[in-house]
Design a protein around this ligand. Structure first.
Ligand code: MN
Length: 396
């Protein structure tokens, strides 16, 4: 079981013409709503939201019931603003603390909130903020664009990123509260938290002050500090408290989050571009690699073989394919000085057709057998032996 005692106070403050804050607390539900909008429409939105939460939570005292009530309040406020021109643009924050029953029958405190009204937990005089503000400046703090000190004075600290009555869909922060008997929870509108620092909030909210004393002096202190907005404070103190059998802390959205396939065109383009940024050099390297590889394969093939041929009337050894491959022309690697005209006509014909040899050694060996003992090669330098000239051979 969980049981609390409670007290609340709300005040118009010193500057505003009306109090657009609304507050409600009973034995199982505490709500603060900070309305906004002209022509007193802010009051309508905050009161309407509290009524929707009260009736919704009475019907269904689960986390889901509380969340559904906030969703219903959002739709109700939106529809009312659409039907009533005086209510155009109205909206409200909401922070609700409910004693919710889970499926194991455990009753424990749960917070649901949208906007910049806050919940704090007090234990032994120390204060801890439980909620994150849904304001532009605070979102920027979470993104690392602002420090908390910069956000506290930033012009956009009051501009909400989420609120009741703003859009058809809504994202609600839902969290279980881990409390001990004797802990207090403070719910408040920004008219309190903007005027008082956390040390003052902690001191004025805690024992020895009773709950009733505490809420009154919190409001009075905020007025003394300027009272520039409506001020609302709710305090509950747990006599006994249970912990939810499966505590939660998450943002529940009434829209289905987009899946990767449904990414926006801009996001898709960005992703594509990023991929290109590392793929382009890789593709270039592969292209160059293939090109260089092909060059060497053709080069190797073009010069992988030898043949004997007629080099301006003398027998010569060539490296390469007869006629050449692409721009790789055969290279004369050895000239025997043997006169082709001195060879038998059959050998002359073979030389004209070229005589292929697989290796340089084989080609050189073949030249020494062109002139059989029966054949007079009649070479001017017949005495030049292959072995003696080999040492002077030059490629190309
Ligand atoms: Mn306010």
């Amino acid at each position: 079981m969980t049981h609390w005692r409670h007290a609340e106070a709300t005040d118009i403050g010193l500057v505003r013409q009306s109090n657009q804050d609304a507050v409600y607390v009973d034995d199982s539900l505490a709500i603060v709503a900070d309305g906004m909008g002209g022509h007193a429409a802010g009051e309508v939105a905050s009161e309407m939201t509290i009524e929707m939460l009260r009736s919704g939570f009475v019907e269904n005292e689960t986390v889901e019931g509380l969340y559904n009530a906030i969703n219903a309040a959002n739709i109700t406020v939106l529809n009312d603003a659409r039907e009533n021109p005086n209510h155009f643009g109205m909206g409200t924050t909401v922070i609700a603390l409910g004693l919710t029953v889970d499926n194991e029958g455990v009753t424990s405190p749960t917070i649901c909130h949208v906007g910049d009204s806050r919940a704090y937990q007090l234990r032994d005089g120390a204060l801890r903020q439980l909620t994150e503000d849904h304001s532009v400046a605070e979102e920027w703090v979470r993104m690392g664009r602002l420090t908390p000190e910069e956000a506290a004075v930033h012009p956009r600290r009051h501009q909400l990123t989420r609120g009741i009555g703003v859009e058809d869909t809504i994202a609600v922060d839902v969290m279980s509260v881990q409390a001990l008997a004797g802990d207090r929870l403070l719910l408040c509108s920004d008219g309190l938290s903007n005027e008082l620092d956390s040390d003052t909030l902690a001191r004025l909210s805690s024992a020895p002050f009773t709950l009733e004393e505490a809420v009154v002096q919190l409001v009075d202190a905020a007025k003394e500090a300027g009272g520039r907005d409506n001020i609302t404070a709710v305090l509950v103190e747990f006599d006994e408290v249970s912990v939810a059998s499966s505590p939660i802390k998450r943002t529940i959205s009434s829209t289905t989050p987009p899946v990767a396939r449904a990414a926006t065109p801009a996001a898709t383009k960005r992703r594509k571009r990023r991929r290109l940024s590392w793929r382009t050099p890789a593709a270039l390297l592969i292209f160059i690699g293939v090109f260089v590889g092909a060059y060497f394969i053709v080069h190797w093939y073009a010069y992988s073989t030898y043949y004997l041929g007629n080099d301006a009337g003398t027998v010569a050894v060539f490296q390469g394919q007869p006629g050449g491959i692409l721009w790789f022309k055969p290279i004369m690697v050895h000239d025997t000085k043997y006169q082709v005209s001195a060879l038998p006509s059959t050998v002359q014909n073979q030389l004209t057709q070229t005589i292929p040899e697989p290796t340089r050694a084989a080609a050189l060996y073949a030249t020494t057998h062109l002139c059989s003992p029966a054949t007079s090669c009649n070479s001017t330098s017949a005495s030049t032996t292959t072995t003696s000239t080999t040492t002077t051979l030059k490629k190309g």
